[in-house]
Write a protein that binds this ligand. Structure first.
Ligand code: NDP
Ligand code: 2IT
Length: 444
């Protein structure tokens, strides 16, 4: 059996009941096959792949807190410190009832390659909890965040591990966690990113993932002789990534006609009203029915359906495996020619293959959503030098990073004989830097 196949079998056997982790590892290892096989004996002797797929440290802990009725609630807390070869662990905290160890491991594994692609010195990590912030009062969210940090603080720090936001973790949650860390440690340091602007946050971090996604799409289209202006775009999700992806797509002259949440979706043929969407989601924390109620041109549909809408470009920005083979067939049949992932692993493996076989320009999340973590790394730099940069300065650095990422993965794909396969290009380019650093640092 080849080394790649051996390691994949080992991952499945040693990590039972973690299908998302298996999926993320399989996609990366398949892309790396050509690189590994060219140097198989050296990699095998150093057990480089076994070390790559095994987290350096996995923390699992109890998070007890008291709800508004005086009832004690208990959640599971996680932090997976996956790989620190190129920098301190860096990655978000997901708060969603679906969170389990396998989900956090898939996200942490993806983060290693994503962070490497940014060109900045950040290793891979991820964490979170099965706590559901939806429908909780601010006091309940604070109680949870303080309890979570009361355990997590022992393992993180500005130079060791720097968490940030992800699904369910936004500015409110980061604020409560930062306050508790500072109180327990007596240390005012950049231990979290995505902070508020009044206490060390970076301008443009809120917008960064969505804006970065569009900067990458713009460059991918340009290099393939196409232009985003005048195109119809379909976006899923209605959270941080989806909102700012919609805003930047509109600024670039495209028309975004959909958004969605976990209960339903909006079709708005006049184009999504971003100010209204922000009001509904960021301020009121309400459902999309409120968007439809306030806007004449909008249709609200229950359940899932954005991928059935005719478009030129599709940007999945909600969650993993939200775009399956059937959805991919509908998009291709309707004339969609480009797909770029704002979420982490939103496209199933068979759907990705279908896009690639049908000549769709397809960019994987670890490249196209890297603008969020890249700007987090810029927040770390500003915290270290105790200065704040202007919005324009951060935004122009973000744009430069996204353009650079696209060229790196494009070139890696060409170099290994897979021109246009941006999945392989991203995995290979991300891997090579991490592998070199791991090899240089010896068996650790
Ligand atoms: P938010 O919590 O702000 O928004 C998530 C959106 O996706 C909401 O509209 C939510 O709907 C929807 N959603 C979440 N889970 C599901 C589900 N199981 N089924 C259907 N819809 C769902 O999160 P973000 O926008 O920050 O994150 C979105 C994606 O982008 C995630 O995959 C995340 O890992 C990834 N990402 C985020 C980055 C960031 O900087 N925030 C950076 C890079 C990637 P509802 O409110 O109804 O739950
Ligand atoms: O998936 C991701 O890259 C994030 N949720 C952002 C991580 C970060 O550290 O900003």
């Amino acid at each position: 059996m080849s080394y790649v196949d051996e390691v994949y079998s080992m991952v499945v056997e040693k990590n039972p009941a973690q299908p998302e982790f298996h999926q993320a590892v399989k996609e990366v290892l398949e892309s790396l096959r050509v690189v590994i096989e060219a140097n198989e004996e050296a990699y095998r002797k150093d057990a480089l792949l076994e070390r790559l797929v095994t987290p350096e440290r996995q923390l699992l802990f109890r998070v007890p807190w008291v709800d508004d009725k005086g009832q004690v609630q208990v959640n599971n807390g996680f932090r997976v410190q996956f790989n620190s070869a190129i920098g301190p662990y860096k990655g978000g905290l997901r708060l969603h009832p679906s969170v389990n160890l396998g989900i956090i491991k898939f996200l942490g594994f993806e983060q290693i390659f994503k962070n490497s692609l940014t060109g900045l010195p950040i290793g891979g990590g991820k964490g979170g909890s099965d706590f559901d912030p939806k429908g909780k009062s601010d006091r309940e969210v604070m109680a949870f965040c303080q309890s979570f940090m009361t355990e997590l603080y022992k393992y993180i720090g500005a130079d060791t591990d720097v968490p940030a936001g992800d699904i369910g973790t936004g500015a409110r949650e980061i604020g409560y966690m930062f306050g508790q860390y500072k109180r327990i440690r007596g240390l005012y340091e950049g231990v979290l990113t995505g902070k508020g602007l009044s206490y060390g946050g970076s301008l443009a971090r809120t917008e960064a993932t969505g804006y970065g996604l569009l900067y990458l799409v713009e460059e991918m289209l340009k290099c393939n002789g196409k232009d985003i202006a005048g195109k119809t775009v379909v976006i899923s999700g209605a959270g941080n990534v989806a909102i700012y992806a919609t805003q930047k797509a509109q600024q670039l002259g495209a028309k975004v006609v959909t958004c969605s949440d976990s209960t339903g979706w909006i079709y708005d043929p006049e184009g999504i009203d971003v100010a209204l969407l922000k009001e509904v989601k960021e301020v009121k924390r309400a459902r999309l029915t409120e968007y439809a109620a306030a806007r004449k041109s909008a249709e609200y549909h229950e359940g899932k359906g954005v991928w059935t809408v005719k478009c030129d470009i599709a940007l999945p920005c909600a969650t993993q495996n939200e775009l399956n083979l059937e959805d991919a067939k509908a998009l291709v049949a309707n004339g969609c020619f480009a797909v770029a992932e704002g979420a982490n692993m939103p496209t199933t493996m068979d759907a990705t293959e279908y896009f690639q076989k049908n000549g769709i320009l397809f960019c994987p999340g670890k490249a196209s959503n890297a603008g969020g973590v890249a700007t987090s790394a810029l927040e770390m730099s500003q915290n270290s030098e105790r200065l704040s940069w202007t919005f324009e300065e951060v935004d122009s650095k973000l744009k430069g990073i996204m353009v650079n990422i696209f060229h790196n993965l494009d070139e890696a794909a060409k170099k290994y004989g897979m021109e246009g396969n941006y999945v392989a290009g991203a995995n290979i380019a991300g891997f090579l830097k991490v592998a070199e650093a791991m090899t240089a640092q010896g068996i650790v």
